[in-house]
Design a protein around this ligand. Structure first.
Ligand code: NAD
Ligand code: MG
Length: 380
């Protein structure tokens, strides 16, 4: 029996995680869960799952949550401290990291420092502070299991050989809603266009990141840290059907790939049940879905995000944290109708150009770079 803490249970990944967990009542028990703001859904989940404790980031909505969840008598914590406290408490041995953005850094790091197994969907903290998170995992004996579908695919494919035999990692990208749009069309793209993802159903921030290919940019850096592969050995291939999630090329030129329907319950289940594979509720991949699998190179002119990632990744230090924070701030401005779609590229590019990276010697250095980049983007 694994005892779980689910960070971000009300999000797209959180909801899918609860669906996976519900299939295996003798394998998992949810001891704690957290939410940002959405108390209506959170109260519903808590009444169904009955964890011991919960934490809500926005303290102001706690009274409303207690009213909606009356009948459940567990403990409610609030704020970032509350999130960290549930992430590190001893009742759980497995933490699902599914908060969106930099907000997941402190609780995820806290879980790693307690030697837990951590299933990570929340890629932004890995981009900001990857080396720090890996060092914490190593020092405290915790295991990181990737939930991001491409990284789960790399993790599985890499098992076909030895780490030193890996020549190249290929992450696939759906290409998002603007894959075939012209630059002129992208310049006038609306929020509704950008939020319409062709293959995956996800939270708003990652959906915009998929439209800009910034999601793949973050994933390049995530892959570099998780699998210790140099940037020169990470490629992105656009694959609109989202069936092949990633591939690993070995030194003999053999490529091993992982395939599956585009449904996050598959990588979530793999990360939760690892090293076992269990019979789940997912429909199998059938030949009709395989008839038209296509691959193409990304257009770096229309989607400069991938170059931002290679640049920030190679510069290292605080540069990836700046890439991430500038993007989070720019996406939030776009979602609030304050900048245009292509303004996201401009803001992130400008922030990276204006930043002088520093070595990441402490958490404070990372958080300072994050604050600097957000302020820089807001001030433009
Ligand atoms: P979402 O927006 O649907 O959910 C985010 C969750 O985080 C919610 O529970 C929300 O309440 C919580 N949250 C938001 N702001 C918070 C804050 N300041 N403090 C505490 N909690 C906060 O996001 P999602 O689509 O589920 O994505 C979650 C993470 O997983 C992201 O990092 C994303 O990149 C990654 N991911 C998502 C998918 C997907 O299919 N959705 C796939 C791969 C990776
Ligand atoms: Mg992904």
């Amino acid at each position: 029996m694994k005892h779980l803490c689910i960070l971000g249970s009300t999000g797209s990944i959180g909801v899918s995680t609860l669906k996976v967990v519900a299939q295996f009542p003798d394998k998992f028990r949810v001891r704690s869960m957290t939410a940002g703001n959405n108390v209506a859904l959170f109260a519903e989940q808590v009444l169904a799952v009955r964890p011991d404790r919960v934490a809500i980031a926005n303290k102001d909505v706690i009274p409303e949550f207690k009213r909606l969840a009356s009948g459940w008598n567990g403990e409610v914590l609030g704020g970032v401290d509350g999130l960290v406290e549930v992430a590190e408490e001893s009742a759980s041995d497995y933490v699902v990291s599914a908060i969106v953005g930099a907000a997941g850094l402190l609780p995820t790091l806290a879980a790693l420092k307690k030697g837990k197994q951590v299933g990570i969907a929340n890629k932004e903290p890995l981009v900001m502070a990857g080396p720090m998170m890996l060092a914490a995992a190593k020092e405290h004996g915790s295991t990181i299991l990737p939930i991001d579908s491409e990284h789960c695919a790399v993790f599985q494919s890499a098992k076909a050989g030895d780490a030193k035999e890996i020549r190249k990692v290929v992450l696939t990208a759906s290409g998002g809603p603007f894959r075939t749009s012209t630059k002129a069309e992208m310049l006038v793209a609306t929020k509704a266009n950008a939020l319409k993802h062709p293959t995956w159903n996800m939270g708003a921030k990652i959906t915009i990141d998929s439209a800009t290919l910034m999601n793949k940019a973050l994933e390049i850096i995530e892959a570099h840290f998780l699998f210790d592969v140099p940037y020169s050995a990470i490629e992105v291939w656009v694959h609109p059907q989202s069936i092949v999630h990633a591939m690993v090329e070995f030194s003999d030129s053999s490529i091993v790939a992982q395939l599956g329907l585009p449904d996050m319950r598959l990588p979530i289940q793999y990360a939760l049940t690892y090293p076992e594979r269990l019979d789940g509720a997912l429909p199998p991949l059938t030949v009709d879905k395989m008839r038209n699998l296509t691959f193409e190179a990304p257009d770096l002119e229309r989607f400069p995000s991938l170059n931002f990632a290679y640049d920030a990744g190679r510069r290292g230090g605080t540069a990836p944290a700046v890439l991430n924070a500038a993007n989070e701030q720019a996406v939030s401005l776009f979602l609030n109708d304050q900048i245009k779609f292509c303004g996201i590229f401009d803001r992130v590019g400008e922030a990276l150009a204006a930043h002088t990276e520093k070595p990441v010697d402490s958490l404070e250095t990372v958080l300072e770079a994050d604050r600097w980049a957000r302020e820089f983007v807001r001030s433009r």
